[in-house]
Design a protein around this ligand. Structure first.
Ligand code: 2HA
Ligand code: ZN
Length: 275
């Protein structure tokens, strides 16, 4: 048996492949991390290699001490993950103070966890705390239509949430809490990690202006589905705005949004409703 036959590793690889096929991962764009369950760590343990040295993350979360994460590699291409998992993804262990990782499997030939590991790590900490440990996935991608919207709309949580809710009827059901928006920032470091994790206390998804989207969820299906739903809605918004040259004849009203919420038993974030 090989580690790539373990269900959770298979599911991680499939998610990378699906994202590539959607066109969200040009070159080394995007990254994916998963906080492993103890039984999944046990299933993979036999394949662990000699642990490598501890490396500081640059941010700290004591609540994640001792956790294991599956992560894409820094500079690695999603397109290549299914062809050679051991070189393009890996498993890292977090130390007892929650401020360092070390590779225990994969990321062969000197590879490292994603350059966005600090943001993923902080987001894991806040999403796990907000959901009593249920959320395990953080997914970052570069979906083109959502990125295009960040050139047109004011960079506020309210403007993006409303535009996305109004562009596809299932959006208020899929993300009733709305989305957060981070203004343009330099990617990869502690500053953008902290700004994003502040929003992730409240939202399942955070837009990075002129860059992409972060989504969180309990498993790959729900998290990938959230990315997919938001980007589909953004595509409809861009199609309607382009074809109509900025003129919208009608949209989903706030009364319609409330009716959807009633029918599907979800609670919409009130601060994004107008009347
Ligand atoms: O991994 O997407 O944000 C490359 C990126 C950085
Ligand atoms: Zn990115």
């Amino acid at each position: 048996m090989n580690i790539v036959e373990v269900d959770i590793i298979k599911a991680f690889i499939r998610t990378c492949e699906d994202g590539w096929q959607q066109g969200w991962h040009e070159r080394n764009g995007g990254n994916l991390t998963y906080r492993m369950k103890p039984e999944e760590v046990a299933q993979c343990q036999a394949f662990f290699t000699q642990p490598r040295e501890w490396v500081k993350i640059g941010v700290q979360a004591e609540s994640l001490a001792g956790e294991y994460f599956i992560t894409t590699g820094s500079g690695k291409f999603f397109r290549n993950v299914p062809l050679n998992p051991a070189q393009n993804i890996g498993i890292v262990e977090i130390n007892a103070t929650g401020d360092s990782w070390r590779i225990v499997w994969g990321l062969e030939n000197g590879a490292k966890p994603t350059s966005e590991f600090p943001t993923h790590f902080m987001n894991h900490a806040v999403r796990a705390a907000a959901t009593d440990g249920a959320y395990r996935v953080i997914y970052h991608a570069h979906p083109a239509n959502l990125i295009a919207m960040t050139y047109l709309l004011p960079l506020t949580d309210k403007d993006f949430t409303r535009a996305l809710w109004q562009s596809a009827t299932e959006c208020p059901v899929v993300f009733p809490g709305g989305v957060g928006v981070v203004e343009w920032m330099v990617p990869g470091g502690a500053d953008i990690a902290l700004a994003t994790s502040k929003l992730m206390k409240e939202f399942d998804a955070a837009v990075w202006a002129h860059h992409g989207l972060f989504c969180s969820g309990p498993d790959f299906d729900i998290t990938f589905g959230l990315m997919h739903t938001i980007e589909k809605s953004a595509q409809i918004y861009m199609l309607a705005m382009s074809a109509g040259q900025g003129n919208i004849r009608q949209t989903i009203t706030d009364a319609n949004l409330r009716a959807i919420a009633d029918e599907f038993g979800v609670t919409l974030n009130k601060k994004f409703l107008e009347n």
